[in-house]
Design a protein around this ligand. Sequence first.
Ligand code: SF4
Length: 423
Amino acid sequence: MLRITAVAPGSLGAELGLGPGDELLAINGRELADFLDWEFLAADDAFILGVRTAAGEAVEFDIERPEDLPLGVTLEPPKIRRCSNRCDFCFVDGNPGTARKTLFIRDDDYRLSFRHGNFATLSNLKGKDVRRILEYRLSPLYVSVHATDADVRRRLLRNPKAPAILEQLAMFAAGGIQFHAQIVLVPGVNDGVVLERSLADLYAMGEAVLTVSLVPVALTTFSRHELVRSPTRGGASAALATLRAWERRARAERGAGWVYGSDELYLLAGEPFPPAGDYDGFPQVENGVGAVRYLEGLIAAELETLPAMPFRRVLVCTGTAMGALMPEVFPALEAATGAAFELVVLENTYFGSSVTTAGLLPGADFRRALADRGDCSLALLPAESVNDDGIFVDDVPLATLVAEAPMPVRLSYHFTDALGSAA
Ligand code: SF4
């Protein structure tokens, strides 16, 4: 059963008289368990929809849908599938006790892997999940492989029952499913020869494995350091050397790099990011792979459309990962807008300085950075540092910060999105 929270005006749902609180029960007699059933079963032009109205009345609609008429129905958010692993490096263990509640959810959900590109281990799949992935062709899936050796992977996931990932991937690949894989590199566990073998196994799967990313394990002050070592500069360089050998081969044989390092891996190794073209369209940018080059491209593309701004001085807050890039783009922004840009690189005092991404900066760090900066006429904060409800990782509401700040505050993904409407 799926509960409706909103219906768009002019949509098929509105035409049927559906409204918030109504429950979608079945399509053509097939029970609706979640949003996937709804999206796939309601994709036909004609179907019979069983509904229980908010008033408790059972109704059946015989629907013939005009091609261009959207269903327009917003559903209650799905209940997230929980993880059956206990990785030593789990981000949940790295949270301070006061972190935003949702950061304590160990989610591992193949449905969100398909819909939003969240990485899933596939270790909690039941028979009916496997059947749905194949029936609905949920492709591509984003899979945390980590290691193709089943024993090493079980040790990494702390899950002795985790299925052998290569067999799982092969079974899905036979059904036409493709994958983007990630390998979180844990020093001494899945680097070195294990990494070499994992890449060889994944490459041997051919077209089924679209891309692979290498990401150094991210630990915070609170992580279980007695169980997992921090990545080192030498380890990151060695992983990049392995990556480059496979990348060269993939480029020669398949015309694309296939395996990519996250920005964190390059920063850790102290090596420059590859040029934008080497990311082949940024297939894993959401995973921090090529994010800096991607941002550069966005800014460059939109510079010419920026209006002159009434702001004299713009304060730009970011984390240490992006901090290195910003000075490179400021001169062009200043020339385009006439404003002066000042960078504030914030070290994460909440998770610890090893956490460099802007998205995990706490509200308290921004508060400190903005206080007493009444000399600035605008502050830009990374949009990814708040969730959909406008709450920072440390549970500080954006609204509180905005009310306290001595200047207007805007959220921004890539500057130009927040500056375009500034005039
Ligand atoms: S798969 Fe591992 S890292 Fe991800 S939520 Fe589960 S325990 Fe945490």
